[in-house]
Design a protein around this ligand. Structure first.
Ligand code: COA
Length: 324
């Protein structure tokens, strides 16, 4: 029997209209554009307006991807949405988006793998397609991470933003996705987490204690080391050499982490898609936002080999090597 691959038909993305620059932040936190940019590469981030939700951006990104693919929502077999900031506790944001698209009836679920959510969702979708279970799958990464940001805490509030990206996958005889690698190590929970929730309970604090706790320097070190071995593992899984890659499309958390991974792969920065300057860290939204911007700007072309990777709270880390 011929091998089934999953192939990206098209991409889409959506961002909140409101842009908050580093200069805007300087007005209410003790920080500077120079500090933020030199350490992270970030110049600005998009921030959801009051009332705008993860599902709003996810739906818009999905509609754009479906339009570009020429696929009707009713043709979808499955929707997987990576998020750590769902609209409500349940139903899942994937279900809310499914109904808004008019794709009612297909399987739909969320994946919470923090910043690796989209790449995890892509890996799962690939398995559904390879097994013959699904033919057309919508994969979304969407977040309103600024809902978890404490705007008085300069160590974290400068780093994050909101947005969503999506891809439509289809079953194909031709690659497609060559390999995906998914990992987690819950032993690092304390380095990056949000300590409240339904089961543990909430706190008598501003925003009910919902805020990101992060040991930035430690996260940085583990991320660089982990991504180094992840990219090696992914190349081996696909049976490829780094020289065969056309583009690195990394998680957009910090330009210095991105540069370290590119160096490991011996790839010049002009083969790396960078959007962290404009979007900051949008968690699950980051990789599909970067991918869509690269596709729509004409940088990424059909037939090129792309390495997608992400790292986030958990820790989780994940990658996909694919021919676009
Ligand atoms: N503006 C100005 N100064 C700031 C600041 C800000 N926004 N945030 C922290 N500082 C100060 C600190 O208080 C500290 O001051 P001190 O030396 O007087 O104590 C100083 O800057 C250095 O802080 P440090 O944490 O050592 O800086 P760093 O070079 O490690 O950079 C991060 C901090 C957060 C940018 C960096 O560690 C990082 O990007 N880590 C990874 C985070 C990440 O990507 N998380 C998501 C993963 S998915």
């Amino acid at each position: 029997m011929a091998q089934i691959y999953s192939r990206i038909m098209a991409t889409g993305s959506a961002l909140p209209e409101r842009v908050l620059t580093n200069a805007d932040l300087e007005k209410f936190v003790d920080t500077s554009d120079e500090w933020i940019h030199s350490r992270t590469g970030i110049r600005q981030r998009h921030v959801a307006a009051e009332g705008e939700t993860t599902g709003d951006f996810a739906t818009l990104a999905a509609q754009r991807a479906l339009d570009a693919a020429g696929v009707k929502p009713s043709e979808l077999d499955l929707i997987i949405l990576g998020t750590t900031t769902p609209d409500i506790i349940f139903p899942s944001t994937a279900c809310l988006v499914q109904h808004r698209l008019g794709a009612n009836g297909c399987a739909a679920f969320d994946v919470n793998a923090a910043c690796s959510g989209f790449v995890y969702a892509l890996g799962i979708a690939d398995k559904f397609i390879r097994s013959g279970q699904s033919k057309k799958v919508l994969v979304i990464g969407a977040e309103t991470l600024t809902r978890m940001v404490d705007w008085t805490e300069r160590e974290t509030c400068v780093l994050f933003g909101d947005g969503a990206g999506a891809v439509v996958l289809e079953a194909s005889d031709e690659p497609g996705i060559y390999a995906t690698c998914l990992h987690a190590d819950g032993g690092h929970k304390e380095l990056l987490y949000n300590p409240v929730g339904v089961s543990v309970g909430f706190k008598d604090e501003p925003n009910h204690g919902v805020r990101i706790r992060m040991s930035g320097r430690e996260v940085f070190k583990v991320a660089v080391k982990t991504l180094d071995s992840l990219v090696e593992e992914t190349l081996a899984a696909a049976g490829m050499e780094a020289s065969q890659l056309d583009w690195l499309i990394p998680h957009q958390a910090n330009l210095r982490i991105i540069e370290a991974t590119a160096k490991r792969l011996n790839m010049p920065m002009d083969q790396v898609i960078v959007t962290v300057d404009k979007h900051a860290n949008t968690s699950s939204g980051s990789v599909p936002l970067a991918l869509d911007s690269a596709v729509r700007s004409g940088k990424v072309k059909r037939g090129q080999n792309l390495l997608l990777e992400a790292f986030g709270g958990g820790f989780t880390w994940a990658s996909a090597l694919l021919r676009y």
